[in-house]
Design a protein. Sequence first.
Length: 69
Amino acid sequence: MPKQPTQPAGNKPTHRLYRVVGDGESASWTPIGAAWPNKDGQGFSISCDAVPLQGRIIMRAITEKGAQQ
């Protein structure tokens, strides 16, 4: 069995990864993983639940639901 990517200890993800197919209002967004900044601030640790063969991967900052109005 392959090793599962693990979340950095004590950190919550700051970004979500999505598979996006299509453009504009008709685009389909599917969550596929998460990302955490590295301690040195020079990159991200990424954990994927799936790797798409089609579409594109978008990384978006996680925001509180109340702030998205």
